[in-house]
Structure formats: structure tokens, C-alpha cells
Design a protein around this ligand. Structure first.
Ligand SMILES: [Zn+2]
Length: 106
């Protein structure tokens, strides 16, 4: 049985976890990404030193965005600067909360 718990929320981004499945879900507008706990921590390690300004591109409407590959081929996420900070704040908070939950349940 899935018992998802919201472990962080920033703007449009929510992160939930299910302790039964040991899965993390990142909800970001129309995108839903599912990770195992290990994949989630690997994703944070792989992205934590990325600087928005180093990867700047322009969307078709001229907006400055950063495009981030996902673990799934051919699917990428697009962030404006504000969305980028919200997304990673939500992830870091989720990582912290996820570790707290694990301590409590072990
Ligand atoms: Zn579950």
C-alpha cells in the first residue's frame, strides 16, 4: 500500500515519498519524476553544483532557461531562473527530511 507523504514544497514543486516502496516523487507542474531513494540522492549529487548562468539557453519566446536532462532519454525539464531555485530548494529540503524519516523508521 502506498502512503505518500509530502516532504517538501516550494512554489510549484512538491516532493513526496513512500516509505513502503522506498520511492521519491518530484511533482513539478506537468512533470512527475519517480526515483528510488538511491537514485534521488545520486540525482542531487549530480546536479548540486550546477550554476544556472553556466547553462543558460533561450526558449523560443526568448526567456532565459536552463534545460536539465532527466534519467529518461528524450525527456528534459526546462526551468526559468526562479523555477530553478525553487526546484533545488525543494530537493535539498526533501533530502534532509527523507534522511530524518529514515532515522526515525530504522
Ligand atoms: Zn508506495
Amino acid at each position: 500500500m502506498c502512503k505518500p507523504t509530502v516532504i517538501s514544497k516550494k512554489g510549484d514543486v512538491s516532493v513526496t515519498q513512500c516509505l513502503n516502496c522506498k520511492m521519491i516523487n518530484i511533482w513539478n507542474k506537468s512533470t512527475l519524476i519517480s526515483f528510488s531513494f538511491e537514485q534521488f540522492h545520486a540525482f542531487i549529487r549530480a546536479t548540486e553544483n550546477l550554476k544556472f548562468d553556466d547553462y543558460l539557453e533561450h526558449a523560443p519566446d526568448g526567456t532565459e532557461v536552463v534545460i536539465l536532462a532527466t534519467p529518461y532519454p528524450d525527456i528534459s525539464m526546462v526551468f526559468t531562473r526562479a523555477e530553478w531555485y525553487e526546484f533545488f530548494q525543494a530537493l535539498y529540503e526533501a533530502q534532509f527530511m527523507q534522511q530524518v524519516y529514515q532515522l526515525v523508521h530504522n
